[in-house]
Design a protein around this ligand. Structure first.
Ligand SMILES: [Zn+2]
Length: 380
């Protein structure tokens, strides 16, 4: 039984030109920006439960913009909240959309069974799903207004540019990061001075309202591992995992992120060795409870739950190529705290051990970055 999404020979019929939704990009930019602000020690509200609001009454009395912004967190100052509009907008030029062809015909005997794979894919993808894949997606940043005298329109442009640069180097963008999508490269050459000004201004904005929060992504807890994946990797073998791709995608992109994630989740759920490697108090936790339950808790925390919309702490991109004829690349990134309370347990993680559990499959990463210091790498 196969589950294949439309697969026409005629490629042209498959190509859609439609707009990438600005809201998806903005939502994702905001999520990353919150992590930046928290990484610099600033307070970033939880947008699903935000109390940030521009105080219009006070502003009317004093005509001082700062009085109005009193209860607005650094992130909302840039991205907007009740009574205060976003300081910039994005114009996204038409991008090419092509069908994502997936097939659940795994023949692998030691990992997925057909049924496993099919179930998993069906959870994530709707039929006739399409993805944006384009060498030249043009995004224009338009500033709408300054925040105040200290953050003028030029500063806002630099901050947004810096944010794009961070995401491009360290992660991915859009509403489907969890499913491996959203890898992009910035083609336009950006003046490094702009990026460093963007970084400085972001730090300055974070200082306006300090206060760390637990259980929210922060660059203090960030890691990014980049692997070069050899062509004999099980995730690349044609027809084994994900069927035939549209010829445009062929040799550039293997939609395998969810499969890599699935396998790792399974390992952590079923085996104590990777749990011991990554969770430093695993053995202590097992003294008080059934080991299987502890493993399940760890796996739920790290990989999220599609059912509860609980976001993953470790994300895997699909395999992709920068240029033709090079090895495929894989980026594994996310926010894993040292210590967290979850499902009535205190879990302690060793972020630098994540690469150990990926070693068997992918070897050593050729690039690894941890914590806030990786942000300075972006402006080098
Ligand atoms: Zn806010």
């Amino acid at each position: 039984m196969n589950w294949i999404i439309k697969q026409n020979e005629n490629q042209d019929k498959n190509i859609d030109s439609s707009k990438i939704k600005e809201t998806g990009i903005i939502g994702s930019l905001r999520w990353w920006y919150e992590a930046l602000v928290r990484g610099y020690g600033g307070y970033a509200c939880d947008p699903s439960n935000s109390e940030c609001k521009f105080d219009y009454d006070t502003y009317e009395k004093t005509k001082n913009i700062e009085d109005g912004l009193e209860k607005v967190c650094p992130v909302c100052r840039l991205f907007g909240c009740t009574g205060w509009s976003r300081r910039f907008r994005l114009e996204i030029k038409d991008a090419q959309k092509i069908p994502l062809c997936l097939s659940a015909t795994s023949k692998s005997d030691y990992r997925h069974t057909k049924l496993d794979n099919l179930w998993w894919l069906k959870q994530i993808y709707k039929k006739s799903e399409k993805v944006f894949f384009d060498d030249n997606i043009c995004i224009e940043i338009h500033t709408i207004n300054k925040i105040n005298e200290n953050f003028d329109e030029e500063d806002i442009r630099n901050m947004v540019l810096f944010l794009f640069a961070v995401i491009s180097k360290q992660g991915s963008i859009g509403a489907k990061i969890q499913n491996g999508f959203g890898v992009f490269d910035i083609v336009t050459v950006i003046d490094k001075n702009r990026l460093s000004r963007g970084l400085e201004k972001t730090k300055e904005l974070a200082e306006i309202k300090q206060g760390g929060q637990v259980n929210f992504p922060s660059f203090n807890d960030f890691f990014s591992l980049t692997y070069s994946v050899s062509n004999d990797s099980i995730y690349i073998q044609p027809e084994k995992f994900f069927g035939t791709l549209n010829s445009l995608l062929k040799n550039r992109f293997v939609p395998s992120g969810f499969s890599i994630k699935y396998d790792l989740r399974k390992k952590i759920k079923n085996d104590s060795t990777p749990c011991k490697a990554i969770c430093s108090n695993f053995e202590y936790l097992c003294k008080g409870e059934n080991e299987k339950m502890v493993r399940k808790t760890i796996s739920r925390f790290l990989f999220g739950s599609d059912k509860d919309k609980f976001s993953a702490k470790i994300n895997f991109t699909h395999l992709y190529k920068d240029k033709e004829n090079e090895n495929y690349l894989l980026n594994v990134f996310g926010f894993v705290p040292n210590k967290v309370s979850f499902e009535n347990k205190t879990l302690e993680f060793n972020i630098r051990s994540i690469k150990n559990i990926l070693y068997i499959e992918f070897g050593n990463p050729y690039n690894e970055e941890y914590g806030v210091s990786c942000l300075s790498e972006v402006i080098k």
